[in-house]
Design a protein. Structure first.
Lengths: 289, 269
């Protein structure tokens, strides 16, 4: 595995030279390996959104660098649009950014901006709707006639059709029902597997994070609080709670059990792993350790 | 970039001008602007300038902000002045270009006109800097309320409510526009480069989502208002009642004095 993205000493200050100076992100550094799924968690206003808007050059760092495949993305400011096709960014509620007359045209907007030819665009659109689960007959419909979940999948497909090496999601499952959530989670995983891509996800849902993420970036008041594997971060429940975040519910249960004096591990992140653990205890007959 | 746009220009403060009743400010502004346009000679202009300067100083709003407003309007002032230079037909002829002659009368005229617009802008800025948009719409609603008697019963309240809502949603829409612009930029939209026609075309992906979200917000707001039993102006009361104070009497007195002086000097000289 190789480093695909390096964030080095990133600092961003809003409103410089005014009385409202505010460091949204302070000296944040971390590296991301190719193919990883990284979760970004933190309180509202902790700098998560500001952080991810630097990764594709929507914001320019006040200080520090972003290296994409070893190259500073601001080396050639004229080529920043190329960076944006390599690092896709799916904003919160992406369905509010749909604008074209048909689903097809909307998904083709990104690839068209990349200057691809018609055949290639056509190929990419057809391929990506298969991945996000939109039927081919929907392509000629207006995106505004679709259901909420379908709209979101079309909007995500619009970014994925550019085939970014890195794709960043800001709260991809906000406001969806459980089935919609599962669909999106599956789409994200499928995209990673199909295109060998790297994924970053901002989310408040710790269960989703436990299921999806290999590593977690924990932001607090603009600082990088932790950057570690999901297991290590969640086993540090005390620290997470001290900055107002939480751990998955099942981890919390085991955290409380431990407090009661039971010898249980603190790396239980999903209900499945909890079940496995409890069954293994039953087999071994040491439930009351 | 977009954040530089200021419509509601209110500048937080507690000066004597801030504390004036918005109705007083609005009415006196109209009165004084009329009289500024009646000024004909140097002395009355001097009085008008001193009066404006006093209003600016008492408002305690930084001079920089007034200059910012003037800068925006500067092309119009210059344009008006240039046009007016050619309209004088008195005094000594200074020079002529083609068939247009410029004489001293024209120069006076141009300077006066430029000065009038300048004072007008500064005085209006005093009003907008020291009055919250909500106070202003309240004042307009009350001042227009006599229209009730000529059959426009609900129109006044509706108009005022529309203004209040429009002002309230400007920052929200600015924020929304920025979000949509970022989202389309993330999809490779090029908003900064290209020919004029290309740039106009590039606005479509921003304007359509913005329009749709504005309509959505309008529906949501209407529903929320209905849920709180809003049914127009009838029987509605205000939380903050506007009240005239001694300050308003003084401001009124000073303004009438100013008007009297302008009349005096225009007639006498």
């Amino acid at each position: 595995m190789s480093k695909i993205l390096e964030v080095k000493g990133l600092t961003h200050t809003y409103g410089g030279n005014t009385p409202f100076v505010n460091d949204a992100v302070k000296n944040v550094s971390f590296d991301i390996e190719n193919g990883e799924i990284i979760g970004i968690i933190g309180h509202t206003g902790s700098g998560k959104s500001t952080l991810v808007q630097h990764l594709n050059g929507l914001l320019k760092p006040t200080d520090g660098n972003i290296l994409l495949e070893g190259k500073d993305i601001w080396d050639e400011p004229k080529k920043i649009r190329e960076v944006r096709s390599k690092v896709g960014l799916v904003f919160q509620y992406p369905e509010y950014q749909l604008f074209e007359e048909t689903v097809y045209k909307d998904i083709a907007f990104g690839p068209k901006n990349m200057g691809l030819d018609g055949d290639e665009i056509d190929k990419r659109v057809k391929e990506i709707i298969g991945l996000v689960g939109i039927k081919e007959e929907y392509l000629e419909r207006s995106p505004f006639d679709l259901s909420g979940g379908e709209k979101r999948r079309v909007a995500i497909a619009g970014v994925m059709a550019m085939r970014p090496k890195i794709i960043v999601f800001d709260e991809p499952v906000a406001g969806l029902d459980p089935r919609g959530r599962n669909d999106i989670v599956k789409i994200i995983k499928d995209y990673r597997d199909t295109y060998n891509a790297t994924v970053l996800i901002i989310s408040h849902n710790m269960e989703d994070m436990a299921l999806l993420a290999d590593k977690l970036v924990v932001m607090n008041k603009g600082n990088l609080e932790m950057f570690d594997t999901t297991e290590n971060v969640f086993s540090n429940a005390g620290k997470l709670k001290s900055i107002g975040l939480n751990v998955p519910m099942i981890t919390e249960v085991f955290f409380e059990l431990k407090k009661m004096g039971l010898k249980v591990p603190d790396n239980i992140l999903t209900v499945e792993s909890a079940v496995d653990y409890l069954l293994s205890l039953k087999k071994g007959g040491v439930l009351n350790a | 970039m977009l954040r530089d746009i200021t419509f509601g220009q209110y500048f937080q403060g507690n000066s004597k001008v801030h504390r004036l009743d918005p109705r007083t400010k609005l009415l006196l502004l109209i009165l004084i602007i009329v009289f500024i346009f009646l000024t004909q000679n140097m002395i009355s202009f001097l009085i008008a300038t001193v009066f404006t300067a006093c209003a600016v100083i008492i408002s305690k709003v930084p001079l920089r902000l007034y200059l910012k407003n003037l800068k925006a309007i500067l092309p119009i002032i210059i344009f008006t002045a240039i046009i007016n230079v050619f309209y004088g037909n008195e005094g000594k002829v200074l020079f002529s270009i083609f068939r247009l002659t410029v004489n001293t009368g024209g120069v006076y005229r141009a300077v006066f006109m430029a000065l009038r617009i300048l004072l007008l802008i500064v005085l209006s800025s005093v009003l907008t800097y020291t009055t919250t948009p909500n106070d202003l719409t309240d004042a307009i609603e009350i001042l227009l309320s006599p229209l009730k008697f000529i059959g426009l019963k609900n129109a006044v309240h509706t108009l005022a409510m529309m203004m209040t809502i429009a002002l309230r949603f400007i920052p929200t829409l600015v924020e929304e526009t920025e979000k949509i612009m970022n989202a389309q930029k993330a999809r490779g939209a090029d908003l900064e480069n290209g020919k004029l026609t290309e740039r106009i075309k590039a606005l479509v992906p921003i304007l359509i989502p913005l329009l749709i979200s504005a309509v959505r917000r309008a529906y949501e707001l209407a529903e929320a208002m209905e849920c709180r039993c809003y049914n127009g102006g009838e029987g509605r009361q205000r939380m903050k009642k506007l009240q005239f104070t001694l300050l308003d009497v003084i401001a009124g007195f000073v303004s009438f004095l100013f008007c009297g002086l302008i009349i005096l000097f225009n007639v006498v000289i």
